[in-house]
Write a protein that binds this ligand. Structure first.
Ligand code: SAH
Length: 352
């Protein structure tokens, strides 16, 4: 049995209604409320006795407790409080084609990437599928689209705190709920999942979940360099990771995105670009470059935007599709884990 309300899909709620001796049509009503992130006490068309019974089941919510607006662009950053008091973060980015919400899938992270703020204090716990869903619904309640048929959040990227493939079952359940017509109804084309490269899970993902865009954090053109900044590279070499990316692309028909954060003096030379082009030759992919967002706790610096553009140009000349990602929300700690860490520091809870 699913332990909490927001993690239940329509079939789960139907089974619950049967258990509770409730008519079947209630399932649809309850699911509609869940998909709006509404807690049982506020489920308008549900009779009080059933609301009371539903209220006894853990909800799995995420409430927005702080909002930061970027002064440079329309980006908004949210701090969410989970029902047990843990804090995660999300970022809403505005594009001409819609609004992309970046969500978190774990409280902290245990992958240990040297440049990443999310992993500084390790992993506290996984998020449930319902909690991930609640991150989306909380934003939609805060910023209603004004049109019942349109969602505020049109795109989702799993690029916040945590490693989705290290929280596989919940991630798969979330992706199904996000894409389902009786869930959030967001096309898998508009959902991206970013992984540091947990190879066995890349192989199982196409069968288990909707065919979302797979983003792989590469950040280095060879194993030796990658191992310096990403401990996961000790478990899976590029000889394993690149074929997994090819498999995903062939199985889903989707281009894989490689993320590459340009770090000054580490992975951003012309020779690195050339080596990267050899590594990715023939792979149906695109390289997303981003100057590393310096994290105060780590002594690694990003390259200039100009250098990032040069690196992109060099890759393009070498016939690798590459662009420099727009930097949004840099004034509001847009990089993953930064805002949560500040919040925790300011609460005097630095030690978790
Ligand atoms: N665990 C997943 C998703 C979370 S991070 C993953 O590793 O892909 C989302 C992206 O931001 C990853 O590519 C990650 O490597 C990158 N990232 C983390 N810290 C960063 C920083 N300081 N500057 C730029 N990118 C960073």
């Amino acid at each position: 049995m699913i332990p909490e309300l927001t993690s239940m899909d329509h079939d789960d709620v139907l089974a619950l209604m049967t258990d509770l001796n409730e008519p079947k049509y209630r399932a649809k009503q309850v699911v509609e409320w869940i998909n709006k992130g509404v807690r049982p006490e506020n489920m308008g068309n549900i009779p009080k006795p059933l609301r009371d019974k539903l209220a006894e089941i853990p909800f799995g919510g995420a409430e927005i407790i702080d909002v930061r607006h970027s002064k440079k662009d329309d980006t908004m950053k949210f701090l969410y409080k989970l029902d047990d008091g843990n804090i995660v973060e999300g970022v809403l980015m505005r594009y001409s084609y819609g609004n992309t919400l970046c969500i978190s899938c774990q409280v902290g992270c245990r992958m240990g990437c040297r440049f990443c703020a999310s992993t500084l204090n390790g992993k506290v716990r996984d998020l449930t599928a319902g909690e991930m869903l609640s991150e989306v619904t909380a934003v939609e309640r805060l910023i209603p689209s004004g049109d019942d048929k349109k969602r505020t959040v049109t795109n989702i990227v799993m690029m916040g705190c945590g490693e989705p493939l290290d929280n596989y079952e919940n991630t798969v359940r979330f992706l199904k709920r996000a894409a389902a017509a009786d869930g959030l109804g967001i096309s898998p084309r508009n959902i991206s999942l970013s992984t540091c490269g947990i190879v066995p899970r890349i192989y199982t993902l196409p069968d288990d979940a909707p065919h979302v865009t797979l983003c792989i954090s590469l950040h280095a053109p060879n194993d030796e360099l990658r191992r310096k900044t990403m401990p996961v590279a000790n478990s899976y070499s590029l000889n394993e990771l690149i074929p997994a990316a090819v498999f995903y692309s062939e199985k889903t028909g989707r281009r894989v995105i490689f993320e590459y954060a340009l770090i000054e003096g580490v992975n951003s030379s012309d020779a690195d670009a050339k080596e990267l082009s050899r590594l990715l030759k023939g792979v149906n992919c695109h390289v997303n470059l981003i100057p590393l967002n310096s994290v105060k706790e780590r002594k690694l610096n990003g390259v200039s935007r100009k250098r990032a553009q040069e690196f992109a140009l060099l890759l393009q000349k070498l016939r690798i599709s590459a662009t420099v990602r727009r930097e949004l929300g840099t004034d509001i700690d847009g990089a993953c884990g930064q805002l949560r860490n500040k919040h925790i520091d300011s609460q005097g809870e630095g030690e978790e």
